[in-house]
Ligand binder design. Structure first.
Ligand SMILES: [Zn+2]
Length: 467
């Protein structure tokens, strides 16, 4: 339901400034920002945001809803996943449509439309992951971009299922760049990982911690560096998803200094956790089995510094939940059978605010950039990510002082554990407005109609640059 809502007394975070002022929204758009709006506006409802921050709706550029993977499906579908996102202040997601071998990209994207259309309760866009590159697939790229999906992904690991080789990656980079598309990479050396997995298994080392040891930082650095070089050769920009370690940041900084355009994403789990998590007893380490794995404490510090310096532009979640019971436990006797992935969409804003802003690791300005405005700019969500006149009315009212404890008992993610169980955070998402309507009010779902989320069709980077 579209409404006329006036938000008063909140500290409003706009692109170049933040101040206590008013925001008026009408027909799903922000139509006025400034003081004393009651003189000119006639709201149906007034919300008092005294003591609260008014932030742009969060954008999670990295999710996997209902993903078929490792013989099962990620446990959040587009309904439960986008709802959990709303509870956590995320009003838009970009989910990865993943091509199966022999499938056309059009068929792949259509399949993701089917999954999302009648379910999503917040707005969504797609990237398409190309796992089987050939000439015919290359010819589809301009059509896919035209269809509103101008971003692609390549896996440099998961050989035999998702990985494409350097020839395929080079062609994808070159073709996408020519048509105004952006390619992201999962940067890990698949061959190095496969050899280590085989070695540990041969030695009878089957516990979750060996997943981490089989995915060393050096394999991530090698692949990231190779992707950067291939992108340079192809004349393409590059986006590196879920970066975990100092080495990749150093490479990206060096290449950026030489003028190459590289976008770096990290995720909250890499900022908050360290590899001691894999030693959690009773198979608990399986909760954190994801690729790349959780790294060292020193890597966390490098990632926070990377955000503050502007080198890391996006914090996405890689939300890809699997239940401990019935899914993760398939790998109880063999770490290589533990489905890779963890939940996180609901906690992104709160954990990064609490551990980042409140602990003075990053500024509030950087926080808004990596959560909202940078993913919107990089991926062409032109109506999202900033509080400005005419933008979509996606807003988060955030209490910067309220303390609460994260737990599976209170979260809304459809999964039987929370990655940050027991963590006390300062800062809480209170009220969330999505497309001009109150979706979450004081922490409770308000007007959530299944399928209310809309597909966000995006333009190619070339088109948006010409504007
Ligand atoms: Zn992912």
């Amino acid at each position: 339901m579209k409404q006329k809502i006036l938000i008063q007394n909140g500290r409003v975070f706009m692109p170049s400034t933040d101040l206590v002022t008013e925001v008026f929204i009408e027909d799903g758009k922000i139509t006025a920002i400034g003081p004393d709006l009651l003189k000119s506006c006639t709201p149906d409802e007034t919300i008092d945001a005294h003591g609260l921050y008014v932030l742009p709706g969060g954008i999670d550029a990295h999710t996997h809803m209902e993903l078929p993977f490792m013989g099962t499906y990620s446990s959040d579908d587009f309904e439960s996943g986008t709802l959990a996102g709303l509870y956590g202040g995320t009003t838009s997601i970009i989910d990865f449509a993943i091509q199966t071998k022999g499938e056309s990209l059009t068929s792949c994207v259509n399949q993701w439309h089917e999954k999302a259309r009648s379910k999503a309760v917040a707005d969504y866009a797609f990237h398409v992951a190309v796992t089987d590159y050939n000439e015919k697939v290359g010819q589809e790229i301009p059509e896919i971009i035209q269809a509103g999906v101008p971003s692609f992904k390549a896996f440099m690991a998961y050989k035999g299922s998702l990985m494409i080789d350097d020839k395929g990656l080079s062609s994808l980079l070159e073709t996408a760049a020519r048509h105004g598309g952006l390619v992201s990479v999962h940067a890990e050396n698949g061959d190095v990982i496969d050899a280590l997995v085989a070695q540990f298994k041969a030695e009878g080392k089957m516990a979750p911690q060996y997943h981490a040891l089989a995915h060393p930082a050096s394999a991530e650095e090698e692949a990231a560096g190779r992707a950067m070089d291939l992108a340079l050769a192809a004349g393409a920009e590059l986006y590196i998803v879920h970066t975990t370690c100092r080495g990749v940041l150093e490479l990206a900084a060096a290449k950026s200094r030489r003028g190459q355009r590289i976008f770096v994403e990290t995720c909250p789990q890499y900022l908050l956790l360290d590899d001691s998590c894999y030693l959690e007893p009773d198979f608990g380490g399986a909760k954190y089995v994801m690729s790349p794995p959780i790294r060292k404490k020193e890597d966390q510090e490098a990632l926070w510094q990377g955000i503050e310096s502007g080198l890391v532009q996006v914090v996405g979640t890689d939300h890809c939940p699997f239940n401990m019971v019935g899914q993760k436990d398939r790998g109880r006797d063999d770490f290589s059978k533990i489905p890779n992935g963890a939940p996180g969409i609901e906690n992104r804003l709160e954990v990064c605010f609490s551990e980042g802003v409140k602990k003075n690791r990053i500024s509030m300005r950087r926080f808004v950039e990596v959560m909202c405005s940078n993913p919107a700019e990089i991926f062409g969500l032109s109506q999202k990510g900033a509080i400005r006149m005419g933008a979509d009315a996606d807003l988060v009212l955030f209490d910067p002082e309220e303390k609460h404890t994260l737990s599976v008992k209170t979260h809304h993610q459809h999964v039987d554990y929370n990655t940050y169980e027991g963590l006390e955070v300062t800062g809480r998402v209170k009220t969330v407005i999505s497309n001009g309507a109150v979706a979450i009010r004081d922490g409770r779902a308000d007007q959530i109609e299944k399928g209310r989320g809309r597909f966000i069709s995006r333009q190619s980077r070339r088109t948006s640059c010409q504007e």
